[in-house]
Design a protein around this ligand. Structure first.
Ligand code: HEC
Length: 167
C-alpha cells in the first residue's frame, strides 16, 4: 500500500472527478434512443441453398448482419456498442438480406464468394468479439463455394441501377 499512501489528496480529488464525469457520460449515452430497435422482421424468402452446410456456415458467419434472424446479445443493449451494431445490421441488411431473397439485393453481392475468400466478410471487428464466426480456412472455402453455387442456382433480384437521364 506504499503507493496509495503517497497519493496526495489533490490527486485523489482529480481522479474522483474524472471517474464521476465518465460515469455520467456513460449514463447519458444510454438515453440516446438510437440502437435499441432490435427488430427481426419476418422472413419472407430465403435462397434455395445449394446444401444445408452452406446455410449453416452462413448462419454462423453472416446472419447476424445479413438476415432477419439477428441475435442480439446483452451488450447490444449498451451504448456505444449498441450504436455500432445497429449501424452494421441496418447497412448489412440493406446490402444483402438472406431472409428477403424475394426483395432486390445490392449488385455488389455477385462477388460474394471472393469477398469471403479475401477475408473482407465477416468483418474482423465482429469475429474478434464473436469467435464462432471466425471460420477455419476449410469452412471459409466451403462457404465461398457454396454461396457462389447458391447465387447461380437461386439468383437474387438485383436493385435497379439509377438512370440519371431518365429522372
Ligand atoms: C458484423 C456485421 C456483418 C457480418 C457478420 C457480415 N457482414 Fe457483410 N456487410 C456488412 C455491412 C455493414 C456491409 C455494407 C457496408 C460495407 O461494405 O462495409 C456489408 C457488405 C457486404 C457485401 C457487399 C460488398 C461489400 O464488401 O461491401 C457482401 C457481398 C457481404 N457483406 C457478404 C457477407 C457475407 C457472405 C458474410 C458472412 C460470411 C458477411 N457479409 C458477414 C456487415 C456484416
Amino acid at each position: 500500500m506504499g503507493e496509495g499512501a503517497a497519493q496526495t489528496p489533490r490527486k485523489r480529488h482529480v481522479l474522483r472527478t474524472v471517474v464521476i464525469v465518465l460515469a455520467g457520460l456513460f449514463l447519458v449515452m444510454q438515453l440516446v434512443p438510437y440502437g435499441r430497435d432490435h427488430s427481426n422482421p419476418p422472413v419472407t424468402a430465403e435462397p434455395a441453398w445449394d446444401t444445408a452446410q452452406t446455410r449453416d456456415l452462413a448462419t454462423t458467419a453472416c446472419f447476424d448482419c445479413h438476415s432477419n434472424e439477428t441475435e442480439w446479445p446483452w451488450y447490444t443493449n449498451v451504448a456505444p456498442m449498441s450504436w455500432l451494431v445497429q449501424r452494421d445490421v441496418d447497412e448489412g441488411r440493406e446490402t444483402l438480406n438472406f431472409s428477403e431473397w424475394d426483395q432486390p439485393q445490392s449488385e455488389e453481392i455477385d462477388e460474394m464468394g471472393e469477398i469471403v475468400l479475401e477475408g473482407e466478410m465477416p468483418p474482423l471487428a465482429y469475429t474478434v468479439i464473436h469467435r464462432p464466426a471466425a471460420l477455419s480456412q476449410e469452412d471459409t472455402r466451403a462457404l465461398a463455394d457454396g454461396l457462389d453455387a447458391t447465387i447461380v442456382s437461386s439468383p437474387p433480384v438485383l436493385e435497379e441501377m439509377e438512370e440519371p437521364d431518365e429522372a
